[in-house]
Design a protein around this ligand. Structure first.
Ligand code: ADP
Ligand code: MG
Length: 364
């Protein structure tokens, strides 16, 4: 744990009994979240994200490990004794209540004096720039406005951490994009710690300061969006985040960070940013489709570290991008380029890329 961690999970496991033995919903998870971070738990359905969030919120107690909030151990404390607030899917606004009543709800329950409620709700409305919406019902609001009301309601008790479980998953794609941008802005503006659960890798990459990628109840990798995308630590992460080409070969030189990998008689140069593999080891080299250069684009005398010739077998236009699949001596490769570069599909293409564009990961 860092001194400053606001949420710290220390080797936490949550086990559910089932007829065919115990199910580890969460296994040996350690994460530390710093104040003000937008921290995402990213993984496919069933990977343990919600359970992890419930362990932080106090809705579950782990079989192993400890939960700390602001330096205090809270492992077995109930939700109301933790300074966190959970926001559920769809934001769950009360449809029959006005915006004002929605935001005031928990203060009303706690029998806070009316004047204080009025002042605090007014402050929340101002903060989220929805002063003129106090009398409306949720159905009379846009998606973005509903989100602001939900956040105002969540923040009225001044929690230190907001836990959000796929809050945008029910919105349609267009609104989701808009609301997503705004969520990020609001989070930075109010300077609160968010722990955000999503199965949507694009969403996690767009919003997060850091991401913990979860798989089968475990954390596979923790890093900034850039680290996770550019330097995936495992084949799972590389496959789960973005598109990638995977090439398998044997290491023939490991004397520097640029490793030489033999692929069917051709030596490919690639980076080993994590653990350096040993000579003779079978490894996978991951190359993102946008890292290749197609055609004679190195004609400016720049020599690339790697080069193969490929025969286009499929060309797909994806908006401003063009996706080309090519058959090469080292396998089928997928390349993404700006479509205005064009491509002559009937001609063999020269593919070039540098060592830094290929990342050595453990063999798949
Ligand atoms: P996610 O939110 O990533 O979809 P969950 O944390 O909800 O994943 O679930 C992780 C695993 O734990 C799943 O296999 C799920 O079926 C199991 N699980 C979750 N909650 C319970 C429960 N209350 N009882 C039994 N199994 C559960
Ligand atoms: Mg879930």
């Amino acid at each position: 744990m860092k001194e400053t961690s606001i949420v710290y999970l220390d080797q936490v496991s949550k086990i559910y009994p089932s007829t065919n033995g115990d199910v580890y919903a969460v296994r040996d998870v350690t994460i530390d979240v710093q104040p003000g971070e937008f921290y995402s738990l990213l993984g496919s359905s069933g990977s343990g994200k919600t359970t992890t969030l419930r362990l932080i919120g106090g809705f579950e107690i782990p079989e192993y490990g400890r939960v700390h909030i602001s330096g205090d151990e809270v492992t077995t404390l109930p939700p109301y004794r933790r300074n966190v607030h959970t926001v559920f899917q769809n934001y769950a606004l009360f449809p029959h209540m006005s915006v004002f009543q929605n935001i005031a709800y928990s203060l009303t329950l706690a029998k806070v004096p009316r004047e204080e409620i009025g002042a605090r709700v007014a402050e929340a409305l101002r903060m989220f720039r929805i002063e003129n919406l106090g009398d409306r019902r949720p159905a009379q609001l846009s998606g973005g406005q509903q989100q602001r009301v939900a956040l105002a309601r969540a923040l009225i008790n001044r929690p230190k951490v907001l836990l959000l479980d796929e809050p945008l998953s029910a919105l349609d794609a267009k609104i989701r994009d808009e609301v997503r941008q705004e969520l990020r802005q609001l989070q930075k503006q109010i300077d609160l710690t968010f722990i955000y659960v999503t199965h949507d890798q694009e969403e996690a990459l767009a919003l997060s300061d850091r991401i913990a990628v979860m798989h089968n109840g475990r954390v596979e990798q923790i890093g900034t969006p850039k680290q996770i995308y550019n330097y995936p630590a495992s084949p799972f992460v590389a496959q789960f985040i973005g598109k990638a080409n995977f090439l398998t070969g044997k290491v023939v030189d490991n004397s520097s960070e640029v490793v030489h990998v033999d692929m069917q008689g051709m030596v490919i140069r690639a980076m080993a940013p994590n653990d350096r593999p040993i000579v003779g080891e079978t490894v996978t080299v991951m190359i993102r489709p946008e890292r290749f250069k197609l055609g004679n684009q190195t004609a400016d005398n720049q020599v690339a570290d790697n080069q193969v010739v490929g025969k286009p077998v499929r060309v797909t236009y994806v908006g401003q991008l063009i996706e080309v699949q090519l058959e090469t001596t080292i396998g089928l490769l997928t390349v993404m380029q700006l479509s205005n570069d064009g491509i002559n599909e009937t001609e063999d293409q020269r593919l070039t890329w540098n060592a830094i564009d290929g990342i050595v990961i453990p063999s798949m």
